[in-house]
Design a binder for this molecule. Structure first.
Ligand code: URP
Ligand code: ZN
Ligand code: ZN
Length: 463
């Protein structure tokens, strides 16, 4: 069945223009000034609407065991919430438990997603252990479409790997074309500061932030870039949170080093004061890296504007306040690290970025859809409004008034980090591979319709 999306304004990373989109099955079949109405069985009148490629969130943690519990959204609830906010593709993180094969972890994550995902998804692999066969394992994962690996320079004893492991993994990606995603914080130093704070009886949520200085992030970003230069391969810094860390990325990019970095709405819109909220409510904002002092926020927005930062993802890793964050009531190190956000990314970046004049509409699309698709091997199947691309289209109402609240959101978590934020602009219709899955606030998709995406190594597009 064909669908005509008529009378809308198409917005891509490159340009904004009046055009009608003809969808045939799962693909965009044609784009023109106008088509005769009879060309399609269904016509969507998009007068006053923007037509954008579906959002791509390349940093989520669904159904992930972490911090003594499991993130509260699974592949069904998390992908449904994503769809409500105009995101039609996720790239989630599978974890290799220490001492096991990455291939087994991939099977585990496929099982988690199978029968549940409502939108298309890819997987990164978190490498905790290279062991004997880890490097060959990486190659076979690339063959399965896992074109990126996350390494941790933080969380000693849990996820952290040493520089030698990082360097070996990077040298492997220099050959197999995959991308190393780096959680860049100096975990060893942070651990010393944390132990000192606990010994002084400092157990409240605010000490999560006080014990993770921006210098520990900047040092690790610097080291990650240096290791990637020595290995001769690009590196992608995840959830960059501070001006100090940004300066390292900018300096390297100015030298022509292929380093890419993402930030997240929480680092652009919230600051460290949130962790000092009374009644343990600061725990709602305990994630890593932590929220920073206010002066960092405009620097990150400028980084997005000037392409020192290339992607906005969410690091969606929800834990319920009542029974999960509470694990750390007497000790901030026991608070599960992570926060919810997969549903609100486009709303927040459109409102605070585009409406408030920090970035243009085309840059918005580039940051939330097109560049993530390019960097992570999905382009031009995803991230584009183009003939032959998947018909993942968001009919975006730039004037829709929306109040963000846990009362109305679709994420399976009992609070919102952005409670009470009022935004203008929201997804009215969300189309995934030609199927309308969200329309006027109702969900029409179904669990299991989302497909696993085999991603291409080297993405075809190191910018
Ligand atoms: O606190 C966070 N960010 N939790 C998720 C794991 C990670 O480091 O990305
Ligand atoms: Zn991380
Ligand atoms: Zn994360």
């Amino acid at each position: 069945m064909k669908t005509l999306i008529a009378n809308g304004t198409i917005v891509t990373a490159e340009r904004t223009y009046r055009g009608d989109i003809l969808v045939d099955g799962e693909k965009i079949a044609d784009i023109a000034d106008s088509f005769p109405g009879a060309v399609a069985g269904r016509v969507i009148d998009a007068t006053g609407m923007l037509l954008m490629p579906g959002g791509i969130d390349v940093h989520t943690h669904l159904d992930m065991p972490f911090g003594g519990t499991t993130s509260s959204d699974n592949f069904e609830t998390g992908t449904r919430a994503a769809a409500f906010g105009g995101t039609t593709t996720l790239v989630d993180f599978a974890i290799q438990p220490k001492g096991t094969k990455m291939r087994d972890a991939l099977d585990t994550w496929w099982k988690k997603a199978d029968g549940r995902a409502t939108i298309d998804y890819g997987l990164h692999m978190i490498v905790t252990d290279l062991g004997e066969a880890g490097l060959e394992d990486m190659d076979s994962l690339v063959d399965e479409g896992v074109a990126s690996f996350k390494l941790f320079m933080a969380y000693p004893g849990v996820l952290m790997v040493d520089d030698a492991t990082i360097f070996k993994a990077m040298k492997r990606t220099a050959k197999n074309g995959a991308l190393i995603c780096m959680h860049a914080e100096n975990g060893g130093v942070i651990d010393v500061i944390v132990q000192q704070a606990l010994a002084e009886g400092k157990t409240a949520p605010i000490y999560h932030a006080m014990t993770r200085p921006t210098t520990a992030e900047a040092e690790a970003v610097h080291r990650a870039i240096a290791l990637s230069e020595m290995a001769g391969t690009p590196v992608y810094i995840v959830h960059l949170s501070s001006e100090d860390a940004l300066n390292q990325v900018r300096e390297a990019r100015d030298r022509g080093v292929p380093v890419f970095a993402e930030t997240c709405p929480q680092y652009l819109l919230l600051s460290v004061e949130e962790l000092a909220r009374p009644n343990f409510e600061g725990a709602k904002y305990v994630f890593t890296p932590p929220l920073r002092e206010k002066h960092n926020l405009p620097k990150l927005w400028e980084g997005l504007k000037h392409d020192h930062l290339q992607v906005v993802s969410t690091d969606h890793c929800p834990f319920c306040f009542a029974d999960q964050k509470a694990l750390g009531k007497d000790n901030f190190t026991k608070i599960p690290n992570g926060g919810p956000g997969v549903e609100n990314r486009l709303q927040l970046i459109h409102h605070h970025g585009v409406n408030e004049g920090r970035i243009g509409l085309n840059r918005f699309v580039e940051l939330v859809s097109t560049t993530p698709a390019k960097i992570f091997g999905l382009y031009p199947r995803k991230g584009a409004i183009a003939i032959g691309s998947d018909a993942d289209i968001v009919v975006w109402d730039p004037n829709a008034d929306h109040l963000i609240s846990a009362q109305t959101h679709h994420m399976r978590v009992d609070y919102s980090m952005f409670e009470g934020f009022r935004v203008k602009g929201n997804a009215r219709i969300v189309i995934s591979r030609g199927e309308t899955i969200v329309e006027n606030g109702s969900f029409h998709g179904r669990a299991g319709r989302g497909a696993y995406l085999r991603r291409t190594a080297r993405g075809g597009a190191w910018k």
